[in-house]
Design a protein around this ligand. Structure first.
Ligand SMILES: [Zn+2]
Length: 315
């Protein structure tokens, strides 16, 4: 996927899923895309949505994956010890704290202003995530594993996170139908329960920090863990971290990616709702709304190959 650089500061722009506007999350510049760019990104999203619809045909999947990686770009990092790290990446974006590069099996964060502290914070927080003892879904698979970190020749740091080859940033799928948004919400609710269980708040749950596997219908929360704090702690911007921020991030994400004129009223009502007291209650509320939106029976038919996505009651 082609990247767009900010005309003001040079950072990598983040696109709106409708491909109409681009925003620089580094300096705040925002502009409307020209026709040519809009067409390019809408085409790209269309291609990605075919991924979502892909069946279990292994060959078809391989071809689509190869075609996708033909659009990859390259980046070389010079390390402080003289080595070079060369990566091929499919997607990149700038956050205030770091640039992100999404490679095949890794996510690379290149921190601005050194970044040693943020990199350490990321490693520290993810190292103590705890999972419920009755965890039958290998929830740890949906949280980051740090693969390594390097100091570069300019004194800045990069941090490397593992990811599955079939996991892609939610951002690059553009707008999705209500049914897709529904399974994605179910998965994020599950992740929010793990955050709740650990007393953690992730204030940046969004389409750039969430990664989906379109074949397995799974969602991982891999990004920006330097921003995660204990609940009720005060963050660097002097904001008290409330657990409701996790659930607000979930709703904002769903709103961002929903591009369905025929979305059921119950889905829209959920997205517009105020988060419940905690993630467990919120998940129960979502479950009711999900049934109201799509009906239990129909929904199971839609997801027979991965019914456990919705069987989260025992969590
Ligand atoms: Zn900028």
């Amino acid at each position: 996927m082609r990247k767009l650089n900010c005309s003001n500061c040079g950072a990598i722009m983040t696109l709106d899923a409708s491909a109409m506007t681009a925003e620089c999350r580094f300096c705040g510049t925002r502009y409307v895309l020209n026709r040519e760019d809009t067409d390019y990104y809408l085409d790209f999203y269309k291609q990605m949505s075919k991924f979502l619809a892909a069946g279990k045909d292994e060959h078809d999947r391989m071809m689509k994956t190869e075609a996708l990686w033909e659009t990859a770009d390259e980046q070389i990092f010079g390390c402080a010890d003289g080595r070079q790290i060369e990566i091929r990446y499919l997607y990149s974006a700038s956050f205030r704290e770091a640039d992100i590069y999404v490679a095949r099996r890794n996510i690379i964060y290149h921190f601005k202003n050194s970044g040693a502290e943020l990199s350490d914070r990321f490693r520290h927080v993810v190292s103590f995530i705890d999972y419920p003892s009755a965890d039958t879904k290998n929830l740890a698979d949906f949280f980051p594993k740090v693969s390594g970190g390097f100091e570069l020749d300019d004194g800045s740091f990069i941090l490397v996170i593992n990811k599955d080859a079939d996991e892609y940033p939610l951002r690059i799928f553009g707008k999705l139908t209500g049914r897709h948004v529904a399974w994605i919400i179910s998965r994020i609710e599950n992740l929010c329960c793990v955050l709740e269980y650990n007393g953690l708040v992730h204030p940046q749950i969004d389409p750039d920090t969430l990664f989906i596997n379109p074949y397995q219908h799974t969602v991982s929360l891999l990004g920006n863990w330097w921003a995660v704090s204990r609940k009720n702690a005060m963050n660097d911007d002097k904001v008290i971290m409330k657990t409701s921020m996790n659930l607000t991030g979930l709703r904002n994400t769903a709103r961002d990616i929903l591009g369905d004129d025929n979305a059921p009223a119950a889905l829209l009502e959920f997205i517009a709702s105020t988060p419940k007291e905690d993630a467990y209650e919120d998940f129960a509320y979502w479950d009711d709304m999900l049934i109201r939106a799509y009906g239990e029976r129909k929904f199971i038919t839609f997801e027979t190959d991965d019914a456990d996505i919705y069987g989260k009651k025992e969590d």
